[in-house]
Design a protein around this ligand. Structure first.
Ligand code: ADP
Length: 274
């Protein structure tokens, strides 16, 4: 996979993604530096500084309202769509601040795709759902592209032969995997997931969890989850936000769950928080 052309965020930065990927395995791909996010007068993130490693699963956990989704949305500038939202500080993707004036947010979102909580396929065929991202880039999508994305999302064997039927006719779990296929078809580098299994039954959720581990071979995955067991099962690294939009601890997942440095994190993990 990953044979697509590298599309620059700005017109000058043309690089070979394959070369870049193999050279940069285990390096930082995303970095927040003093990131502050306000909604009007309310501060949702407070001076967040963090380095997210490439091709790993990084989980974001913490109580409701602590800023997990806000942080996720600030990575690919989905917060741009919220009028009252103001971002300060830096969010670097491969060393480039995504908030620089010369960054095209649409090009950015092709490199940093997103999967939402509730499966949201378009009311179109399975094929059209998968090829959507390529078509909006003006690229033609071949049958191979469709098969590759559906295989990547562990859905191919279930939909092969019915690519022209509606994405809405699939089960909830299949729809979420279709959304993952849609997110990976344009060959992004990062896939952001905001509670991708919380609307699914346990069997469907478990399939997505298995898939996330597979995706991390090829992509960097950053996942918000309210389910601590899920974070412990599927992630390599865990960020813990607590009330007030503060990132209180960020370490490898085993350390966070077995030996956290911060007492408040230990209290949260063991259910004593609040
Ligand atoms: P979490 O994902 O951890 O539940 P959020 O990032 O959704 O937290 O929210 C963090 C804070 O920002 C909360 O106080 C929430 O009310 C506020 N917030 C989130 N989205 C918006 C929005 N679109 N407009 C105004 N405030 C928002």
């Amino acid at each position: 996979m990953a044979t697509g052309e590298n599309e620059p965020l700005i017109s000058t930065a043309v690089t070979s993604r394959e070369t870049e990927r193999s050279a940069r395995a285990d390096e930082t791909i995303l970095e927040a530096r003093g990131l502050d996010v306000h909604y009007g007068e309310d501060r949702a993130l407070r001076e967040v500084t963090a380095e997210i490693p490439e091709r790993k699963v990084t989980a974001i956990i913490g109580p409701s309202g602590c800023g997990k989704s806000t942080f996720l949305r600030s990575i690919n500038r989905m917060n741009d769509q919220i009028e009252v939202c103001r971002v300060e500080g830096d969010l670097l993707f491969r060393g480039k601040n995504v908030y620089d004036d010369d960054v095209d947010p649409v090009a950015l979102r092709r490199k940093i795709g997103q999967v939402f909580q509730k499966p949201n396929p378009f009311p179109k065929s399975i094929r059209d759902n998968v090829t959507y991202g390529l078509r909006v880039q003006g690229k033609s999508a071949t049958d191979d592209d469709v098969e590759r994305a559906l295989r990547g999302a562990a859905l191919w064997s279930e939909v092969e032969g019915k690519l022209d039927s509606s994405g809405l006719d699939l089960s909830g779990g299949q729809q979420q995997r279709l959304c993952i296929a849609r997110a990976i078809a344009p060959d992004p580098e990062v896939v952001l997931m905001d509670e991708p299994t919380s609307a699914l039954d346990p069997v469907a959720a478990s399939k997505i969890e298995d898939l996330i581990a597979e995706l991390a071979r090829e992509y960097t995955v950053v996942i918000v989850t309210h389910n601590m067991q899920q974070a412990a099962r599927i992630s390599d690294e865990t960020m813990v936000f607590l009330t007030g939009g503060e990132l209180v601890e960020f370490d490898d997942t085993a350390t966070i769950f077995e030996n956290p440095a911060n007492q408040a994190v230990e209290d949260y993990i063991t259910g004593k928080f609040g």
